[in-house]
Design a protein around this ligand. Structure first.
Ligand code: ADP
Ligand code: MG
Length: 368
């Protein structure tokens, strides 16, 4: 549905600051998909979105929507924003306070240059979309009488009422409090999939991205660094940046002992010993390699019998009870730290000597 190729948009830097923007970003979004751009503040998410919307003129690249080139630097083509068939919602709701809920949602139809809607048609389209976002009973109220969550749903209704080919959402929930945000993201996902609209969602919140996305593109410093389904991004990070940004992780450095095939296992000589790791990509012996393991994937054992492969001994320095899970800080013999999350009922407490087992399937080699 959407193809972004080699998108570049550079901003003039202030003295002493690095150049901002996006540098050579490419991705495709499928029909009906909820695709998320995820990354820290300043990584280029909004710039990418504004370029797609037509609010920015990129320096170079191509953007194709439903087969039509809406931007092409080589062909010097730039379709104006209002001809792009795209709906948008931003962080600030931009609801018109002097209009009713109904009139806010109806506005894009009233100003349409392409179609003149009959009274009945307009009425039924607006009611349909207000019904979808759960606001039809408030249609005659002033928009200012709505709560924050309701205003954001109205902004969504307004973005959808023309049935755009593409919906762009830029941190739409970040002005809401934590509880409402979680509720709204579930609802947003429901509306998006029921409406079937192809959507690009922008957020810096990894939990939000994991919860709602079909696929996630992680951005860092103006570049797209990893793209895949949420599980893959979480389970198989390709870099230290992605591993650290998406959830918490343990990272150790080492060298690859024997070459590894893609999807295979091989031993890394590391600062915590010889550890067998999973290699998502093919790798040469002798290469510097790091590996990561999530705190919930480490298995804590009491020390008994002979030392096994991938098990390191150490001492529990703290146990923090978090309800459904407990967090253990381990001082490994040799001086490195390990963070482990395990069921609180495992009987292990601060001061205990333990063995930490790193399952090879969950111990992921990365290169950065
Ligand atoms: N209009 C602008 N003028 C100058 N620099 C900008 C402008 N817009 C964005 N930038 C810079 O480009 C980078 C990416 O910004 P942005 O796309 O807004 O990031 P994000 O949405 O991921 O937080 C930042 O370093 C930002 O300072
Ligand atoms: Mg932004």
């Amino acid at each position: 549905m959407l193809r972004v190729q080699n998108l570049v948009k550079k901003y003039q830097a202030q003295v002493g600051e690095p150049v901002g923007g996006v540098f050579d970003v490419s991705f495709e979004v499928k029909q009906g998909e909820l695709f998320t751009l995820l990354g820290p503040s300043g990584c280029g998410k909004t710039t990418t979105l504004r370029s797609i919307a037509g609010l920015e003129t990129p320096d170079s690249g191509q953007i194709t929507l439903a087969g039509q080139a809406i931007f092409d630097s080589a062909a010097e083509q730039m379709i104006p924003m209002y001809d792009r068939d795209i709906g948008m919602v931003f962080q600030s709701y931009a609801i018109w306070p002097h209009m009713s809920v109904f009139e806010n949602a109806a506005y894009p139809l009233r100003v349409s240059r392409k179609v003149r809607y009959s009274r009945e048609d307009l009425q039924s389209r607006v009611e349909h979309v207000l019904n979808m976002v759960g606001l039809v009973k408030y249609k005659n109220r002033s928009a200012t009488q709505l709560s924050g969550g309701q205003q954001q749903r109205l902004a969504l209704a307004r973005a959808l009422v023309r049935e755009p080919k593409l919906l762009l959402l830029d941190e739409p929930l970040s002005n809401l409090d934590a509880q409402l945000r979680e509720q709204m993201r579930a609802e947003l996902k429901r509306i998006q999939s029921e409406w079937g609209v192809t959507t690009i969602y922008v957020t810096h919140d990894q939990a939000e991205a994991m919860a709602i996305s079909d696929r996630v593109a992680v951005m860092d410093q103006g570049k797209l660094v990893q793209l895949g389904p949420p599980d893959d991004i979480y389970e198989l990070p390709r870099s230290e940046f992605v591993a650290g940004f998406i959830g918490r992780t343990n990272l150790f450095k080492g060298t690859l002992k024997t070459s590894a095939s893609a999807g295979g296992k091989s031993i890394v000589e590391s600062n915590i010993g010889s550890i067998q790791c999973h290699f998502p990509t093919q790798s040469q012996a002798g290469q510097p390699v790091s590996f990561v393991i999530r705190p919930e994937n480490v298995i804590l054992q009491t020390i008994s019998g002979a030392q096994e492969q991938n098990a390191i001994e150490g001492r529990v320095t703290s146990r923090i009870y978090l309800g459904e899970i407990a967090e253990f800080a381990i001082d490994l013999d040799g001086g490195h730290q390990l963070l482990v999350r395990a069921p609180p009922g495992n009987g292990i407490k601060a001061g205990d000597r333990i063995r930490a087992y790193l399952p090879p399937d969950k111990t992921i080699a990365i290169f950065s």
